[in-house]
Design a protein around this ligand. Structure first.
Ligand SMILES: Nc1ncnc2c1ncn2[C@@H]1O[C@H](COP(=O)(O)OP(=O)(O)O)[C@@H](O)[C@H]1O
Ligand SMILES: [Mg+2]
Length: 257
């Protein structure tokens, strides 16, 4: 069973420490949510796991399948079975959603076997159709140009479809704080619910407590000041929904300052 293990992670941006010793372990089959107020370093964690060059890891390790992924390039992380959603996917006019997904699948096949000739088109079409049905998506969507004029919800839908076709073992999804509409939120939640099972581990990162109306994580973590300060089960999510973050701030203010 594959497991992503974050150990004592410290991350700095422009020399300023943002993540200050974070430990977290996510196994296949588990759904985790990291919640926390704005500015606590949630997106910093997501970008660091993706391998964004602006985020400097000053301490700690992230293990997956026997490798410290912090030493790998973003595409190598992906080929290993990690899915790291991009908050702001770029538009590529002229490239259809289907072509983009096929390139992604073929890139991974080539990473496993350099002589691979790519997935035959009929086989790819079959998979794409299955995944779109699973996600209750209109098949016409596959023919549209990638992210070209897509709404927030459609971008998220593309992202979830990409996740469905790549079949990662661990997926990390960061919710953007700005411009997140309820439609996009529902797409992510329904996608995660449709795809979750014993083979998929998910980390959903959000500041948006309403996500918990749609997704039922088994593990809920609260992040404050660059650390995970509380971990629990669905009860913790309920408590957050009723009480907000004030009690967390009060309880941990000293630790954060
Ligand atoms: N690229 C960046 N350059 C400088 N500061 C950044 C950058 N990204 C994030 N920060 C700072 O890091 C802190 C955490 O930000 P972020 O990870 O986006 O928090 P969250 O996602 O929890 O709202 C904030 O103080 C933010 O201003
Ligand atoms: Mg964020």
């Amino acid at each position: 069973m594959a497991k992503l293990e974050i150990r004592n992670l410290h991350v700095a941006i422009d020399g300023k420490e943002i993540i200050k010793g974070l430990d977290l372990s996510i196994a296949q089959g588990e759904i985790h949510a990291i919640m926390g107020p704005n500015g606590t370093g949630k997106s910093t964690l997501a970008y660091t796991l993706m391998g964004h060059p602006a985020y400097e890891v000053t301490q700690g390790e992230v293990w997956f399948k026997g490798e410290n992924i912090l030493e790998l390039e973003p595409d190598e992380r992906s080929h290993l079975g990690l899915f790291l959603a991009f908050q702001y996917p770029v538009a590529i006019p002229g490239v259809s959603v289907a072509n983009f997904l096929r390139s992604a699948i073929n890139a991974r096949r080539r990473a496993e076997n350099p002589d691979d000739k790519g997935m035959p088109i009929p086989a790819f079409r079959k998979i794409l159709k299955e995944k779109m049905d699973l996600l209750k998506m209109d098949h016409d969507f596959a023919g549209r140009y990638l992210n070209d004029g897509f709404s927030g919800g459609e971008k998220k839908r593309t992202e979830i479809l990409q996740m469905a076709t790549l079949e990662p073992e661990i997926a990390i999804l960061d919710e953007t704080d700005s411009g997140l509409d309820i439609d996009a939120l529902r797409v992510v939640a329904e996608g995660v619910n449709a795809l979750s099972g014993p083979n998929l581990g998910v980390l959903v990162i959000t500041h948006y407590q309403r996500l918990l109306n749609y997704i039922k994580p088994q593990f809920v973590h609260i992040m404050l000041g660059g650390r995970i300060v509380e971990s629990g089960g669905p009860d913790l999510a309920l408590h957050l929904e009723e009480q907000g973050y004030d009690w967390v701030r009060e309880k941990y203010d000293e630790a954060v300052a």
